[in-house]
Design a protein around this ligand. Structure first.
Ligand code: NAG
Ligand code: NAG
Ligand code: NAG
Ligand code: NAG
Ligand code: NAG
Ligand code: NAG
Ligand code: NAG
Ligand code: NAG
Length: 748
């Protein structure tokens, strides 16, 4: 009996306890509910916890917010009393008499306060699932926030937080690094939005810029290098003009509620992204925009350009020389470079005779310098305006931004391998060596011409093969005949290269209007974003007729030009196979290029598109073009070698120049021919895993990828010796589709 009454009493006590707290949620601190070390409150969905914690090697206690799944040391996103630690475990968090949220020590001294003028006595502080701690008028129905922790960030940038700068008042909401991993007081680094005409993200070391994102063009930051996981940074990232004088960057929470990700500015000034790994029960630490020394702001001084791939990373822009040669040669670059020959307008101003008009030097794929000034001009007007104003020393144009010009020293220029935009630097006429430029243009035109012919021959060949096959097989009807004519506009665009078979493409592929796609994807709403490919984001959408689609919106700075775009369209439209995602159409309007695929539920589109579509047969075709003979032609000869095997044999004998057809085998083209053969051998490697993707093949042919790996044994060298019954069959599939002849290229 005694036990039972004790149990009843306990239940009663428990109930009455709850009764006393009635109405006060576990996520709220109110007048009637404070927390004492080691108590805590958690947000409604148990995403975040607010409580007391200590850091390694220290007995100091802090009040902060961390991810509930993680331990505080690993994931504190906000600290209240970051400058004034509690020295023991007697701390309290409560609502003070004047309506502020405060942290008190055992002696009732206020170590931290939300420090706002509260007009009402009845307030409460609630911890939301976003990680925001919000002080609200308990009595107000409109939910006016008196104070929120998101307005006073620590060193973490979590989804839905806004890093804000008010252009009118100069007020900034920014992150401040910790002093060290065991001391959360203000360190020397901060990150925020700097806005002088165009918005850019900055990391500052105290007050000096330490890193810069480059201008925001509506989709990406132009100065963040295109790298494999750069899309990571852009995922849902957005820069917003609130039209009330302030700009902010923010990003949406992942749609998967158990996936957590945030950015952290560490005490060394490095920005990293951390993703929660549920299996390891810890954080995977990812990306940092600061990868090379060139990412440090102003590394090469004024008019210097940084290229991390050069042995000596800094060089002066053409037409400039080191200000202090001796320092520069020692690797001390900060004093920068100075102009060698004065500009025409400077000479006019100083009264000397004027010469020819100044011109512009084009620098490709650059991170444009700091202090851009914005004007709404179009591209050609941009140049004109700059030329006509003597204080304008450089300009650049980005369709997402408009015209940018510079009138100060050009600082923090970087040369990228991919990404960036073209910068035009003003130089005196005599500095612009036009002859070399023209020669360069001729060489480039010849090389790309040869490559383009090879590629388009391939596509033409593929198309003809397909076309014949389609005539024969009545089931394989063209899918889009009916829709195509409605919007013929897109492909009748003059810019369509002649090599591409426009008419046929037009017949097969409908062209979507941009409005149609905008409606289908709810204006490319973030919530419809499926992911990010190498060339741009992919959105889910529903057409008017109810068909589900996936729209790949090629980012403007993707570097994918018209030619690559059309190649992708052609290539994919040819791959109508039941295991492959189907291309439904495309859209080209102004700067926008989009591909519309059928929507594949369940899996990422990446699994279906390319990022290896019959690379092998492409490799064989390359060999066929270069050698001028068909792969199978060898079977009739004395030595039953396939072309692939023959090529491999010559390659290993260092005699590969015996392969090309005499028609193409001109010593002036040796380098290109060798590159073609090299790429071809990479395509036919035994293991499909080792073969490059078709997009990599294109880059290799365009010499964007300079160093090619050595080819490994091709797929046929061995099989022919073995009695593998599969190989003849594979053979046929690949080469014996029909008897189309390959057009030979004639050098002259
Ligand atoms: C705040 O409002 C809730 C009801 O909305 C009430 O239960 C609670 O007691 C109030 N707290 C204070 C401190 O007034
Ligand atoms: C804590 O102290 C140990 C030993 O002095 C040291 O190795 C460790 O790096 C320290 N941890 C932190 C976070 O400072
Ligand atoms: C709460 O609001 C009601 C009406 O909106 C008002 O009558 C009441 O005095 C308020 N109470 C407090 C504590 O502010
Ligand atoms: C720490 O940095 C924040 C943000 O820059 C600033 O508001 C605050 O006053 C700083 N605290 C101290 C003690 O300097
Ligand atoms: C940050 O600035 C301080 C001086 O303000 C300097 O001593 C320190 O080296 C800088 N840190 C980095 C990483 O550049
Ligand atoms: C959501 O994320 C968790 C953790 O990353 C993962 O295990 C789970 O499979 C994801 N769920 C969906 C539907 O993607
Ligand atoms: C962090 O920054 C320091 C100096 O600023 C640098 O030496 C270090 O490599 C960076 N760490 C990472 C992980 O990027
Ligand atoms: C020339 O450029 C400077 C700097 O951008 C600007 O302040 C000035 O107004 C311009 N002058 C004219 C005539 O446009």
């Amino acid at each position: 009996m005694g036990i039972i009454s004790a149990l009843v009493l306990m239940v009663f006590l428990h109930l009455s306890c709850n009764c006393l707290n009635f109405g006060t949620a576990l996520d709220t601190i109110s007048l009637s509910k404070s927390i004492k070390d080691p108590e805590a409150i958690t947000s409604r969905g148990d995403v975040f916890t607010l409580g007391f914690f200590s850091l390694a090697n220290s007995t100091n206690r802090y009040v902060g917010i961390w991810y509930s799944k993680s331990i505080p040391e690993e994931s504190v996103i906000w600290v209240a009393n970051r400058d004034k630690p509690l020295k023991d475990e007697s701390g309290v968090v409560m609502i003070s008499e004047n309506g502020n949220l405060v942290v008190l020590n055992g002696q009732k001294e206020v170590l931290w306060s939300s420090n706002v003028k509260v007009p009402v006595a009845s307030v409460s502080a609630q911890l939301l699932d976003s990680g925001n701690l919000v002080l609200q008028d308990n009595n107000s129905s409109d939910g006016v926030r008196l104070w929120e922790s998101f307005q006073q960030p620590s060193n973490a940038f979590v989804p839905t937080m806004k890093i804000r700068t008010n252009v009118r008042t100069g007020e900034r909401v920014q992150l401040t690094s910790w002093k060290s991993p065991s001391d959360p007081s203000n360190g020397s680094f901060s990150i925020g939005l700097g806005i002088l005409s165009i918005a850019q993200i900055f990391i500052w070391n105290n007050t000096r810029p330490y890193w810069r994102s480059g201008p925001w063009n509506g989709q990406i930051f132009l100065g963040i290098r295109v790298q494999r996981d750069y899309s990571f940074f852009l995922d849902g990232m957005n820069l917003v003009d609130d039209k009330e004088g302030s700009f902010y960057i923010t990003y949406a929470a992942a749609s998967n509620k158990s996936f957590f990700s945030y950015f952290l500015l560490d005490s060394q000034g490095n920005l990293t992204r951390r993703n929660w790994n549920d299996e390891k029960r810890n954080w995977d630490i990812f990306w940092s925009p600061q990868i090379t020394e060139c990412d440090i702001y102003g590394k090469c001084g004024a008019f210097g350009s940084c290229n991390s791939e050069n042995p000596s990373i800094c060089s002066c822009l053409k037409g400039f020389q080191p200000k202090n040669k001796e320092e520069w040669n020692r690797g001390k670059w900060t004093s920068g470079c100075v102009r060698i020959k004065p500009l025409q307008c400077e000479r006019i101003n100083s009264g000397t005779k004027s010469g020819k008009e100044d011109g512009f030097l084009k620098l490709e794929r650059t991170k444009v310098p700091d202090f851009p000034e914005w004007s709404a001009n179009l591209e050609d007007k941009c140049k004109e305006q700059c030329l006509s104003n003597c204080s304008c020393i450089a300009y650049a144009y980005d369709p997402g931004i408009g015209c940018m010009s510079w009138s100060h020293n050009l600082v923090d220029i970087q040369k990228f391998r991919n990404g960036g935009i073209d910068l035009y630097v003003r130089l005196a006429h005599s500095e612009l060596d036009e002859n070399t430029n023209i020669r360069r243009i001729i060489i480039i035109t010849v090389v790309t011409g040869v490559v383009a012919i090879a590629i388009s021959t391939f596509f033409l060949w593929r198309w003809m093969a397909k076309h014949r096959a389609m005539k024969i097989t009545s089931e394989e009807k063209l899918i889009f005949n009916n829709k195509g004519k409605a919007h013929a506009k897109c492909l009748s665009d003059d810019t369509v290269g002649e090599n591409i078979n426009e008419d046929k493409l037009q017949q097969q592929l409908p062209i979507f209007k941009i409005e149609e796609l905008a409606i289908a994807t709810k204006d490319f709403n973030l919530s419809n974003k499926l992911g990010q490919g190498g060339f741009g984001p992919v959105y889910k959408g529903t057409l008017k007729d109810g068909q589900k689609i996936a729209v790949k919106r090629l980012s403007r700075a993707s570097g994918q030009g018209f030619e690559e775009f059309m190649n992708e369209v052609l290539l994919i439209s040819k791959l109508q196979h039941r295991n492959l995602v189907r291309l439904l159409g495309c859209c080209i309007e102004g700067e926008e290029k989009m591909l519309v695929y059928e929507y594949m539920p369940n899996k990422s589109l990446d699994a279906f598109i390319f990022e290896k579509s019959d690379v092998f047969s492409y490799g064989v075709l390359l060999l066929e073009i270069v050698s001028g003979r068909r792969n199978t032609s060898f079977y009739n000869e004395e030595h039953p070698l396939s072309l692939v095997r023959y090529a491999w044999k010559l390659w290993n004998e260092d005699n590969i120049l015996a392969l090309p057809d005499k028609v193409v085998c001109d010593p002036r083209h040796y380098e290109e021919i060798l590159r073609c053969i090299h790429v071809a051998l990479l395509c036919v490697e035994e293991s499909a895993k080792d073969r490059p993707t078709i997009s990599a093949v294109l880059s290799m042919l365009h010499s964007e990828i300079v160093d090619l790996p050595s080819p490994k044994q091709p797929a046929f060298a061995e099989r022919e010796n073995s009695s593998d019954t599969e190989s003849p069959q594979i053979n046929q599939n690949i080469y014996s589709i029909n008897d189309v002849t390959v057009t030979k290229m004639d050098g002259r």
